[in-house]
Write a protein that binds this ligand. Sequence first.
Ligand SMILES: Nc1c(N[C@@H]2O[C@H](COP(=O)(O)O)[C@@H](O)[C@H]2O)[nH]c(=O)[nH]c1=O
Length: 160
Amino acid sequence: MTVYFYGADEVPYGCFSNFSDHGFGLDCVRWPTSEHYFQAQKFKGTRHADLIRRARTPLRAAELGRDSSKPLRRDWERVKDDVMRCAVAAKFRAHADIRHILLSTGDEEIVEDTTTDHYWGRGRTGNGKNMLGRILVRTRHQLRAELADTPDGDGCCPGR
Ligand SMILES: Nc1c(N[C@@H]2O[C@H](COP(=O)(O)O)[C@@H](O)[C@H]2O)[nH]c(=O)[nH]c1=O
């Protein structure tokens, strides 16, 4: 059965949300959530990125990341999927409990159940791209390969 998630506090799959309270280290610094990492990468290397990293909540990080008065890095559209892959992989590598939840979904499809996001989620029509769900599926595959110690995980984060 397809696994749906959205709210970060939902049990058990809220941990699939980028707003879930699971920090990790990446690029030599600590990130409170994958949302903080994702939003900050839009402005990588700037003071605004640092402000996002230090935002008190993931919602605040998202608000700062969507501030249209700040210029996005020029390659954002090209790299944003890879940035999300890195964030999600780092989060699930850092926390055994949620890694277990992700692996426990077997081979099921995973869908971010939001009507407002047609790119990262299923969107209003239900036919959205569901990129976050697809990245979670790919991460699950990668983590399984790593646990089996096979050279199938892609490990690197191009475009960062
Ligand atoms: N879960 C969740 C959101 N969704 C998240 O927003 C991110 C995409 O940001 P952007 O590319 O800037 O639109 C991505 O992590 C997606 O999962 N947005 C919210 O305002 N509230 C929320 O509870």
